[in-house]
Design a protein around this ligand. Sequence first.
Ligand code: FDA
Length: 511
Amino acid sequence: TVLSSVTSDGFLQCLSDNIPVGLIYTQGSSNFTDVLVSSVRNPRLFTSATVRPLCIVTPVDASHVQAAVRCGRASGVRLRVRSGGHDYEGLSYRSERPEVFGVVDLSNLRAITVSADDDERPVPPTAPSAWVDSGATLGELYYTVAKNNPELAFPAGICPTIGVGGHLSGGGIGMMMRRFGLSVDNVLDAKLVNASGDLVDRAAMGEDHFWAIRGGGGESFGVVVSWKVGLVKVPSTVTAFNIVKTVADQGAVDALTKWQDVAPGLPTDITIRVIIQGQRATFQSLYLGSCSDLVPVLNSSFPELGMTSADCLEMTWLESAAFFQFWNRRTPVEALLDRKTSLSTFTKNKSDYVRRAIAKEAWESIFSWLTMDGAGMIILEPHGGFIGTVPDGATPYPHRSGVLYNIQYITFWSAGGEQEGATATAWIGSFYEFMEQHVSESPREAYVNYRDLDIGENVVVDDVSTLDSGRVWGEKYFAGNFQRLAAVKGVVDPTDYFRNEQSIPPQSTAS
Ligand code: FDA
């Protein structure tokens, strides 16, 4: 149901009574669209048909987030929270169905404070921690941490413009997860505005609520304003490489087939992910050590790769963060601070997990999919190591023990190209169907941070998302943890105030 303008007026009035008006952009504001697109990463979700918010609030203090939630509750207007705007389905700033809602854009809340002392953590090795606001980007976090001390780092994803808020809400897979776990495995505390508008930390929200926000997906459990993260110790020199293998004459199929057995079992300080596009597989690696130690290990465990010291690029960990994004070791690390996103490319993404190595003949077929019209690319992220030792229920991310690797499917086309878009979308859909036989089943797993609305959307009945509709997509993202997430939601937000097309539905506490 669409709210009446009377309710919307009440909401806007409440906001302007409680938040400096300069931080509120209504549809009539001259810069409304500029602010709205400022962090849109996938303009496929931003067309003339997109359901836009009534207003955007850009808090500079947690009290403004609290005011927005209280005004929204009082007037029955929902809020969508945006940190970095990288949601693959744009759920942080648009609604799939007609709806009156406001956006709380956290991009002004991006302070990062590194503590001086070592933290007492069960996860080795202990290192200092940092408080990072949700509106900071991963690039800003990496830069600030490493400039403070080049032997400190944080394990998280590759694209530097990703927002900390959404990323940490969904997991955080990256080049150091085999050694240190996901980003969420390194979250120690958080400050969150709950459905009553109160600002609570870990102790005040309780362990169930704190468990849910570390990977249960954004939006569902309140607005996380700030996170306390455990930093990790890295050597002053790390080694990176990109080794390309073509199918025709460099043995890409053999190397990939072998990679599946090798990569998840390598020493945890070696990560080799694979990017496959066209008839080429790029083996991209980070080793937390120097070249001379890496070469013999890979030559004995993975001779098909043919790695030599000529492939090694030795650099600092911060430089490696820039290298994996820009594929050029000369790009200055300051490029990690650039928050600008481009509106030139539309994308559609999907994901899978592989628990049994895919046979060589099947890889030959997979490569033929990558030559078809509309073909994009796939990225394989090895698991195993530390990430596989964390129990499935320790955080909402269930893809742990027994997972060999994650697959991300990506297709892209130039903005607005309708025919191109139809071909690309058809390709990714059919390829995903073809892959069913090769990937995890019951449930077919998916990664919540690679948001995909094709796997299911909530149905809302009597103004509450139903548990049955949520289970369809929820068990793919969270497996056995879905039920616990729904139970937590039932306690912390029983009326389903914080919701979107794939938010956790509340399990009624009465039942
Ligand atoms: P955005 O602001 O769009 O939010 C995403 C979701 O979280 C929305 O539902 C939003 O409402 C909610 N949310 C945001 N801030 C919140 C807050 N403070 N409190 C509560 N809810 C909040 N992932 C990965 O693990 N490893 C990787 O290497 C990559 N690489 C990558 C590259 C590129 C180019 C893209 C576009 C995406 C990735 N990702 C990724 C996926 C990425 O982790 C995922 O899209 C994150 O949710 C993005 O977080 P943002 O804050 O940018 O998104």
